[in-house]
Unconditional design. Structure first.
Length: 475
């Protein structure tokens, strides 16, 4: 029996208090394929109270007990990966190849890295006559997005369990089915009642209630900068900790000594992967002034080779955008790029040829963009690349840092030491050298309006811990 219209609270699938429901839309067909229950503040409070009671005992479990639990979660997760991949593809449009090879395995990876971090984490140490103890922070509210749903769920749940916390998860209502399957995994794995709870709902109804709830000790939020600001304001009333991973407008500096053909083509596809719906996508490509047209030709040729279409087809490389709202936003920003004077090299407004329904968008390349244009400053969240010219390397660094965001940056050079030197000058939490990808064993997070705090591995676990000084312990 489907649990789509239930919530997972205190180890059971329960009926919601309210009666509101929401259709889940397949963005490739624009048709509903599931209906979920939508929660309210009362549902949220019920889950928080379960987590609060569970914290009294779960916070006292040993590292060994929590490691064994994480191991069991991973074991059950593996058995549901095909179901999760289907859900992710249906609800947010990821091609089945991407869902199966990246979206779903990313979640499992974070659970495994959390277990690894737990095994070696220094929960206690001496400091002079004091003894320092790191303890679980308490009940945690987790709000996750739709674009890499299982990645973000596991990047929070894994470290929270490793730390000894209890939690309430509110996944995105746009892509909720994968989270329901995840909750089924947690139940089958034997997670103690109340440790993990799931309440579906939207931001105004459940998110606000979560951020402002006096019995939630910490909020971990991934989403837009606008929504992140709201979470912080709501959390301020109870002075709870807030960890945030927010938006980005990542620069990608192609240095003059880089292999242009390889670097530009590789990173053009990188922008378009997941239909451009990644907060760390390298959407601003900075190239030497004299090589703008060369770079534009390479990027345009690469974009034109990308196969857009049915997510269930093995030939498809990028599927639709997640929703009609996202489609309209991306279309408007592409038009704004044209109106503000950027040169449209390929792509543009409208659906790709042969696709008459679904929120599909053309991979789009703009050249001769200036950094004050809307497409260079606003997070588009679509397969749209802006090529910006720089005069010299100091100018490239200036342009790269000229943004309110600071999540990621990308540097390509024929000399790794050259790339490292430029990377140290960029104000961003993640610097990718010569095409290096995300490493789940390294901290992930941003500077400036891209958020605060870090996720992944031991850095993610630190966000869920408090530090206690026991003075006179070693006298």
């Amino acid at each position: 029996m489907s649990n789509n219209q239930k919530f997972y609270i205190n180890g059971e699938w329960v009926d919601p208090i309210g009666k509101q429901t929401l259709d889940v839309i397949n963005p490739a067909t624009e048709e509903s394929f599931a209906t979920i229950a939508m929660g309210n503040a009362e549902d949220l409070d019920r889950a928080v109270q379960a987590a609060k009671v569970a914290f009294e005992t779960f916070s006292l479990t040993s590292k060994e007990e929590r490691a064994a639990l994480l191991g069991k979660i991973v074991e059950v997760y593996k058995s549901r990966m095909a179901d999760m991949a289907t859900a992710v593809s249906q609800e947010m449009g990821a091609p089945m190849g991407l869902a199966s090879a990246a979206q779903v395995p990313a979640g499992m990876g974070h659970l495994m890295y959390a277990a690894g971090a737990l095994a070696t984490f220094p929960f206690e140490e001496d400091a002079g006559s004091a003894h320092i103890v790191r303890e679980p922070i308490g009940v945690c509210g987790l709000i996750t997005p739709w674009n890499w749903p299982l990645n973000q769920i596991a990047a929070k749940v894994g470290p929270a369990i490793a730390a000894g916390c209890t939690m309430v998860l509110k996944p995105s209502e746009i892509a909720p089915i994968n989270a329901i399957i995840f909750a089924e995994v947690m139940h089958e794995a034997g997670v103690p009642a109340g440790v993990f709870n799931l309440v579906n709902g939207d931001g105004p109804s459940v998110g606000v209630a979560m951020s402002s709830h006096p019995d939630i000790d910490m909020m971990s939020f991934t989403g837009s900068t606008r929504a992140g600001i709201s979470v912080v304001k709501e959390a301020a009333e109870t002075v709870k900790r807030v960890a945030q991973e927010l938006g980005g407008k990542s620069p990608n500096i192609i240095l003059d000594d880089a292999d242009f053909a390889a670097s530009v083509a590789r990173d053009t596809f990188g922008v378009c992967m997941n239909t451009g719906q990644s907060c760390n996508a390298p959407t601003r490509m900075l190239v030497p002034e004299a090589r703008m047209d060369e770079a534009a030709a390479i990027a345009s040729a690469a974009a034109q080779k990308i196969q857009v279409g049915d997510p269930t087809s093995s030939k498809t490389q990028i599927g639709p955008l997640v929703s009609e709202m996202q489609f309209d936003k991306v279309q408007a920003l592409i038009q704004k790029g044209i109106d503000e004077g950027a040169k449209l090299e390929t792509g543009g407004t409208g659906r790709p040829d042969g696709l008459n329904r679904g929120y599909f968008v053309k991979p789009t390349i703009f050249s001769h963009v200036t950094n004050d244009m809307s497409i260079a400053q606003q997070e588009i969240f679509g397969p749209v690349l802006s090529l910006i010219a720089y005069k010299d390397e100091d100018d490239a660094v200036r342009i790269a840092n000229d943004t309110v965001y600071g999540l990621s940056a990308y540097i390509s050079s024929g000399d790794l030491d050259h790339a490292k030197a430029i990377g140290r000058r960029i104000r961003a939490g993640n610097v990718h050298l010569n095409g290096a990808g995300i490493d789940p064993g390294a901290p992930f997070g941003g500077y400036k309006q891209s958020g605060n705090g870090r996720e992944f591995g031991k850095w993610g676990m630190e966000e869920f811990l408090e530090t206690k000084s026991m003075l006179g312990y070693n006298v």
